[in-house]
Write a protein that binds this ligand. Structure first.
Ligand code: AKG
Length: 253
């Protein structure tokens, strides 16, 4: 399968791309089963809702829901099924095409997780660009967000601002944590152009590290699972000494 030119143009113009039915349901279900098992075993490493501290997250580990897991980290090494997914031929072809790279590098530091959004205790994520905490020679990384189940407004699906990856923002447009401020008319006008993403199991959302996005909390009765990996060109190196360089990226063959 080769990604067609229109898709690449669309990605370059909008900063994201949705490829419906990218993988089959049985593969999704196998990944959900492993994720559920790791959630119930609280298999390390993970990040709690209290660690992110976003609006709606339990206050601390002692409070009700304080042990709710937000992300099962290190997906690549967590189980073979996730590394199998990353090495999926179709995925490699799409990513190499979008990154214009013959060599595909996977960051082990950024994303590399199963995002879980649990119904009882979830939080919302404010508007941000993922690059805010990432340090590379060039701000050119692409994430692949695979929906294992349905994702929509009800269960905390993503919102994205088309074209925001190509916009120039001022430092003052963001707060001290790197969230896009919502209390200015100018920013709000841009936020009004958002699109809310509805994904079916097996759909793949691909987005640029500068695309502004946010997500709500899970108001459904089921946990939402998404597998998220981030890729970069082999000549786009993490800055020495930065968190992005903490673990070496993996060459995906
Ligand atoms: O599912 C969410 O709340 C959004 C997560 C997100 O945007 C991120 O980790 O960059």
């Amino acid at each position: 399968m080769a990604i067609n030119v229109i898709d690449k143009n669309q990605f370059e113009e909008k900063g994201f791309l949705i490829i419906p039915r990218f993988i089959d349901l049985s593969f999704c279900n196998r990944m959900i089963t492993i994720s559920q098992k790791h959630l119930s075993q609280a298999k390390q490493p993970y990040e709690l809702e209290t660690n992110v501290g976003y609006p709606g997250a339990p206050q601390d580990i002692e409070s009700k829901g304080g042990a709710t897991i937000r992300r099962l980290l290190n997906a690549y090494d967590r189980h073979d099924i996730f590394s199998e997914w990353v090495k999926f031929d179709k995925m490699k072809i799409v990513m190499m095409e979008l990154l214009s790279s013959k060599i595909l590098m996977l960051s082990r530091v950024h994303h590399n997780c199963i995002m879980t959004k649990q119904p009882m205790f979830s939080s919302l994520t404010g508007w941000h660009q993922d690059i805010r905490y990432w340090s590379y020679d060039r701000p050119e990384l692409i994430s692949a967000w695979l929906a294992l189940g349905f994702e929509n407004n009800l269960n905390g699906g993503l919102h994205l601002i088309p074209g925001s990856h190509r916009m120039h923002f001022k430092r003052n447009d963001f707060d001290e944590l790197g969230f896009f401020k919502t209390d200015s008319k100018h920013n709000q006008k841009l936020i009004d152009t958002k699109i809310s993403v509805a994904l079916n199991p097996g759909d793949l959302l691909i987005f640029h590290c500068k695309t502004l996005h946010s997500a709500g909390w899970n108001r459904s009765s089921a946990t939402k699972y998404s597998v998220v990996f981030t890729f970069h060109h082999s000549d786009n190196k993490p800055k020495v000494g930065s968190r992005s360089a903490f673990l070496e990226s993996i060459r995906i063959e």
